[in-house]
Design a protein around this ligand. Sequence first.
Ligand code: 5GP
Length: 207
Amino acid sequence: MKPRTRPKLLILSSPSGAGKTTLCRRLIKTRPEFELSISHTTRLPRAGEAHGREYYFVDRNTFDGMLDADQFIESAEVHGNMYGTAKDEFTRIFSEARTPVCDIDWQGTVSVQSAFPEALSIFILPPTMKALSERLKRRKTESEAALKLRLANAAIELEKFHFYRHMIINDEVDTAFSDLLSIIDTGSPVRPAPTTREINALLNEVG
Ligand code: 5GP
């Protein structure tokens, strides 16, 4: 496979608990030319999260003010909270000649892809819904109600796989990471891309 030029923009999405954040962090550590695009959110910080590192945590008034001032490239309600990618964030990363990595949902992906058709979008799938549910529970970051909402939303998110240029099954993090690097570098994963049958099996699991 021929080496490709570095993508201008990378989008990584997955249902909560599919391991996207781990892959994202590993990419940024391994490849300093990539930089996380830090979103604004009205969600409250979890234990260990810091303003300006995981997110810019803002209240609803501030978020709405930014919306009115047209400061977002995209914004969406996800799991009952508002999230948005500020235009300033891309400007900052582009000015450093780096590639923004957007950890955003499918709604944000549709908007960003329409603004930046050259964006490389990758959807991370869990191997099974059971694995996803177990990983979310083990994380212990959500209340019981938030956990239920995230699991219910996972089914809706999985149905949006066709908005993405590539898909990776995160059954084992090292293998999934090799696929991620290979897609970035050559345009194809190391393993064959997930088949419609595998995706349908996941969708059937959620009914
Ligand atoms: P979490 O609350 O677990 O950090 O993120 C919840 C979901 O919101 C994840 O699917 C994440 O990708 C998505 N998300 C985070 N930031 C943004 C954003 O700026 N825009 C959109 N559309 N989704 C986002």
